[in-house]
Design a protein around this ligand. Structure first.
Ligand SMILES: *Cc1c(COP(=O)(O)O)cnc(C)c1O
Length: 357
């Protein structure tokens, strides 16, 4: 396990997960497989506080970001952008040829409920996209508040990219009125990359039924995916290794307790913020700091490329800035199966390395 991963994806993977993935595959049209998928889907529903549908996808999260806009809009999409990943969602919408408008805030700021309300009051939109945790800036958007606003507009669906936030902080799908929330498993799920999960509300499924197949394509057609899912099946051959890993990870999460898992993430985040706040400054605006990763400014004006390199030489992988923030910020992930002891460890090594710069 070298270097150990403190980057916001892929994240550190425990040996129990790697062992689970090394099991011999089963046929994906067998009763044993259906039992496995059923266990995994039921487990995910609980973690997302939903009684509606959960679908699984052998793809990275970006596949579902594309699928979401293609399945859920027939009028106009409002994309809310607060960093590089929410920008990617807007780019995807445009590339798919859908009608859209983009609503930007300065990087480091959050997308707010007021901003969403102003956009929706025009009546122009039938889908909005929001990122829960903007991985490029370390901002966690106020999803519950945004959900409350969207509820006032019955024709508008709420689609959420929660790739780097899911399982690091609560996402109350049904209570907050989220129609689709997606994540890949190589972030706070702490599995190797190559698989993604999503929730789908009943009304989102209805919307997808009304969209022409030519807009949705085959692989990511939610109606097809849902129909197979009803029988604890997938439309295509899934990554069975990931299902083994998810089954084990769900047991481990339930053993820890979901609330304890969230509390552990918060405690790690507080520790990291306290460590670097004075020296470097936080990039996220106050009150919207992420519980799964921290993005530091470089107020100390140190050589960030040398910092990342020297950490790597000591077997710790941390991240420089992403996108437009390259060279201006650095990021530390504190999510998944990392423990407080790991955070203490990486912070003390950071202290040593910074003295050497
Ligand atoms: C990592 C990330 C993505 C991309 O996920 P892939 O699994 O690489 O497709 C999208 N959005 C956010 C917020 C991310 O952190």
């Amino acid at each position: 396990m070298k270097p150990k991963l403190f980057i916001p994806g892929p994240t550190h993977v425990d040996q129990a997960i790697l062992d689970a993935m090394a099991q011999y595959p089963i046929g994906h049209r067998t009763a044993d497989y259906r039992e496995l998928q059923s266990k995994v889907v039921t487990g995910i529903k609980k973690l997302l506080y939903t009684e509606q549908s959960v679908l699984i996808s052998t793809s990275s999260a970006t596949g579902l970001m594309e699928a979401g806009v293609r399945n859920l809009s027939k009028q106009r999409v409002a994309n809310f952008i607060c960093g590089a990943f929410s920008q990617r969602q807007a780019d995807i919408t445009r590339i798919c040829g859908l009608d859209q408008d983009d609503f930007q805030v300065e990087w480091g700021q959050a997308t707010t409920a007021e901003q969403v309300e102003t956009a929706l009051s025009t009546g122009d939109y039938d889908l909005i996209t929001v990122v829960f945790n903007e991985t490029s800036t370390g901002v966690m958007n106020p999803l519950g508040e945004i959900g409350e606003v969207v509820k006032k507009y019955p024709n508008v669906l709420l689609m959420v990219d929660a790739v780097s936030g899911m399982l690091g902080a609560p996402i109350k799908v049904d209570e907050w009125g989220i129609d689709m929330v997606l994540a890949s498993v190589q972030k706070a799920w702490a599995l190797p990359p190559g698989f993604a999960v999503m929730s789908l509300s009943d009304r989102a499924l209805e919307r997808s039924r009304s969209i022409p197949e030519a807009q949705k394509g085959f692989y990511f057609d939610f109606v097809r995916m849902h129909k197979a899912g009803e029988k604890s099946q997938t439309t295509v051959t899934p990554s069975i290794a990931h299902l083994y890993a998810l089954a084990v990870q769900l047991d481990r999460i339930n053993a820890e307790g979901l609330d304890n898992r969230f509390a552990r993430h918060h405690a790690m985040a507080v520790k990291v913020r306290e460590w670097g706040q004075k020296q470097f400054g936080l990039f996220a605006s106050p009150g919207f700091e992420s519980d799964t990763l921290t993005c530091f400014r470089n107020e100390a004006d140190i050589d960030l490329i040398a910092l990342v390199e020297k950490m790597k030489n000591r077997d710790y992988l941390i991240s420089g800035g992403y996108g437009d923030l390259k060279g201006k910020t650095f990021r530390l992930a504190h999510m998944g199966d990392l423990q407080i002891a790991d955070i203490n460890d990486v912070l003390s090594v950071l202290d040593e390395v910074i003295k050497e710069l």
